[in-house]
Design a binder for this molecule. Structure first.
Ligand SMILES: Cc1ncc(COP(=O)(O)O)c(C=O)c1O
Length: 394
């Protein structure tokens, strides 16, 4: 089918809830995607952080192929070795927690919120979240997302959510009433514009949660599975959460989410309290195990930290050349370029020139390449961005 024919199919049959760029992507390999017209595009935002070790990593592909011939899916009436092995791998990389598996970030958030409610004392029901956060599109995840524009038209939101400014310890302290069950933040706000929690803020959340018998939930859906140079972003801080959520890069391109909780908290989920039909699906677990093994075999945590610094340095050099850049911020391979003006035109011109990047909150360009990106690929991306910024007079 031609690009126009595919777009026509979408116009007729697919709900138009996304702003799609006018390209049909036919395949992907590593740091590159190829459109239906044969154009090669350098992908610095693969799958919105899903393809964390690149498109179609051979180890993931092999693991899926092998598992597909054995068992595609088994329901949670039984045990499967893969689900148990994946949970162990995750526990070994984050505070020895126990995992509940689901299929997406929003579902992991729902599980975390439900666990916090059922685990904490009677009368504790409130959740504190931060302005600028993004936690997903299901009703509780949307309500937790403290951005009015994401709520517009869907009101009323669910009761029990309190919003505070991000990184504001005083505001958090004031919001902390006896009925708070949990505080939930992203250690680095992703969709909100690559905003990093301060060490002081993370420590204050931990301290206030302990003092008030509330739980600290960290949404690591975007930051998790190595992107920042550590398995989870909280590991850059001297703080341990009670619950983390993950999804996106966990399956390397296969839908899987997980909510991990400290074992004594996890014990509050008993049969009948929570479930997901597809949770712990065999193909998804096989893919996630392959992702974790590949990250270790290829030293990708180190690479994310090292190339992340390299990319940040290069972007900072661009800043000296282009006045539209205000500053660069981020951690590892989760980087944002704060512009002084909207960035949509830059994103679209970059795509025309063979580079895919993202713009969030109108003025923040997001660079989130796969963890196995090379310095040469970063150089190519920066070259295109430089040319586009020069041409647009930015
Ligand atoms: C931090 C964070 N939490 C939750 C979500 C929701 O994940 P999903 O789209 O898989 O439901 C996202 C998605 O972008 C996210 O960035």
């Amino acid at each position: 089918m031609t690009t126009q024919e595919v777009i026509k199919l979408f116009d007729k049959y697919v709900i138009a809830n996304y702003n799609r760029l006018p390209k049909v992507i036919a395949r992907g390999q590593g740091c590159y995607i190829y459109d239906a017209d044969g154009n090669k595009i350098l992908d610095m935002f693969p799958g919105w952080a899903v393809s964390g070790i690149g498109h179609c990593h051979p180890k993931i592909v092999k693991a899926i192929q092998k598992q597909a011939e054995i068992l595609l899916h088994m329901d949670n009436t039984f045990y499967t070795e893969l689900q148990g092995r994946l949970a162990k791998l995750l526990a070994e990389r984050a505070f020895g927690g126990k995992s509940f598996f689901c299929n997406s970030g929003a579902e992991a958030i729902e599980a975390a919120l439900k666990l916090a409610r059922i685990h904490t004392a009677k009368g504790k029901y409130k959740f504190i979240t931060a302005f600028g956060s993004f936690h997903g599109r299901t009703f509780a995840a949307m309500t937790a997302t403290a951005q009015p524009k994401k709520h517009a038209g869907f009101e009323p939101m669910l009761p029990g959510f309190v919003y505070v400014p991000f990184n504001d310890v005083d505001a958090l302290q004031k919001a902390f009433t006896d009925d708070v069950a949990a505080v939930m933040i992203e250690p680095i706000q992703g969709e909100g514009g690559i905003n990093l929690a301060t060490q002081e803020y993370m420590a204050a959340i931990r301290q206030l949660c302990d003092k008030n018998h509330a739980l600290m939930i960290l949404d690591e859906v975007q930051t998790g599975i190595g992107r920042t140079g550590k398995w989870f972003a909280y590991q850059h801080y001297n703080v341990e959460p009670d619950i983390i959520t993950m999804a996106k890069a966990l399956g390397g391109g296969v839908a899987i989410g997980a909510m991990m909780a400290k074992p004594d908290i996890a014990a509050s989920f008993v049969p009948g309290t929570h479930a997901s039909t597809f949770g712990g699906n065999c193909i998804a677990c096989a893919a996630a195990i392959a992702v974790i093994e590949a990250i270790e075999e290829e030293n990708l945590l180190e690479n994310a930290a090292k190339i992340g610094q390299y990319t940040a340095d290069k972007l900072n050099q661009l800043k000296n050349k282009h006045s539209i850049i205000d500053h660069v911020r981020g951690k590892g391979l989760m980087l944002g370029i704060q512009l002084k003006k909207p960035g949509a035109e830059i994103v679209s011109k970059c795509l025309d020139a063979g580079l895919r990047i993202n713009c969030t909150q109108e003025t923040v360009l997001r660079f989130m390449p796969p963890m196995n990106v090379t310095a040469g690929q970063i150089d190519d991306a920066i070259k295109i961005l430089d040319i586009v910024m020069t041409k647009t007079g930015a």
